[in-house]
Design a protein around this ligand. Structure first.
Ligand code: R5P
Length: 300
């Protein structure tokens, strides 16, 4: 199969790893803004007759979606056989119901937009809560890969005597999988979100594991307020300073500094969103996921 990978700005490292793992060509493109803010896109490597893989993680998706969609349209115009997307982080998944009258159910609308723009999509640990699978909202093949084994092996290798703490009961299955891979016990908290930056969690009851190193785990660290609430309880009840492990390093505003200031012993994330906390590499499973989707689709 004639594969070519293009990185949208900021995604160069993972695009390079992906191209190497897939034995694909790495395409050259130009993405910039005109002085008035409009996006300018140019594909400098031919895509005619090729399977195009665009790589763009989709945190801050509002600013990233338009260049991505223009690049997909350009590739099609210039003769690409199919255009897929690797988005290691998929935004909007938490808005999965109308919580208040009149709200947009953005996860559904964003999935529709992506389905209209691309032929397939591969992502890592999308926030599936009320939607149970991506197929419920995507009309294109959409593959969700799991970072749990990679989190587990990082914890096993780097944290002595860990005890894992999940943020809420919804995360229990996921936390249990990470804990089992790490060979560690776990607890989950009760969580109430009163506002974007106002989160309460229950006091962790570590029981006989109270002497172990607490590891707060979550799929997304956005404002950091969920983890900060956990850290506060742990530090005021005499536990060791916790290690914070997240899949997606969204880190809105001051979140990263605030997590450090709250007393996190260490903050570690996967490289689904480039960030200085990235320590867990998920490029290999992403390449495997792309291989699976392409084998399933065939050449066109
Ligand atoms: C929510 O259900 C997620 O699993 C995370 O707990 C949440 O996104 C964390 O957000 P924040 O960092 O803003 O507290």
């Amino acid at each position: 199969m004639n594969l070519i990978v293009f990185a949208l700005p900021g995604n160069e490292a993972i695009a390079r790893s992906l191209a190497t793992a897939l034995g694909a060509e790495l395409g050259v493109s130009e993405v910039r803004h005109f002085p008035d803010g409009d996006s300018y896109i140019r594909l400098d490597t031919s895509v005619a007759g090729k399977t195009v893989i665009l790589v763009s993680t989709l945190d801050r998706a509002d600013e990233k979606f338009l260049p991505l969609s223009f690049m997909a349209a350009t590739a099609r115009d210039l003769g690409a056989i199919c255009v897929g997307l690797v988005c290691p982080y998929l935004a909007y998944m938490r808005q999965d119901k109308r919580f208040r009258p009149g709200e947009a159910v953005s996860s559904v609308y964003f999935a529709k937009l992506l389905s209209e723009t691309l032929d397939w999509l591969v992502t890592v640990d999308p926030h599936l809560h009320r939607h149970h699978s991506l197929d419920e909202i995507f009309s294109i093949p959409a593959v969700a890969l799991h970072a749990a084994p990679y989190l587990a092996s990082w914890i096993k290798d780097n944290v002595p005597e860990p005890v894992l703490i999940g943020p809420d009961s919804e995360s229990e299955q996921w936390v249990a999988a990470v804990a089992s891979g790490a060979g560690a016990p776990y607890v989950v908290l009760d969580k109430v979100r009163n506002g974007d930056r106002d989160v309460e969690v229950s006091v962790p009851d570590l029981g006989k594991d109270a002497g172990r190193t607490p590891v707060l785990v979550d799929d997304i660290i956005s404002t950091g307020r969920t983890m900060i609430a956990g850290i506060r309880h742990l530090t005021t009840t005499g536990h060791r300073p916790p290690v914070c492990v997240g899949v997606h390093a969204v880190f809105a505003g001051d979140a990263y500094a605030a997590l450090h200031a709250a007393g996190a012993a260490k903050i570690v994330t996967c490289n689904t969103i480039p960030h200085e906390s990235n320590a867990i590499d998920v490029a290999a499973p992403i390449a495997e996921g792309v291989r699976r989707v392409l084998e399933h689709r065939g050449p066109a």
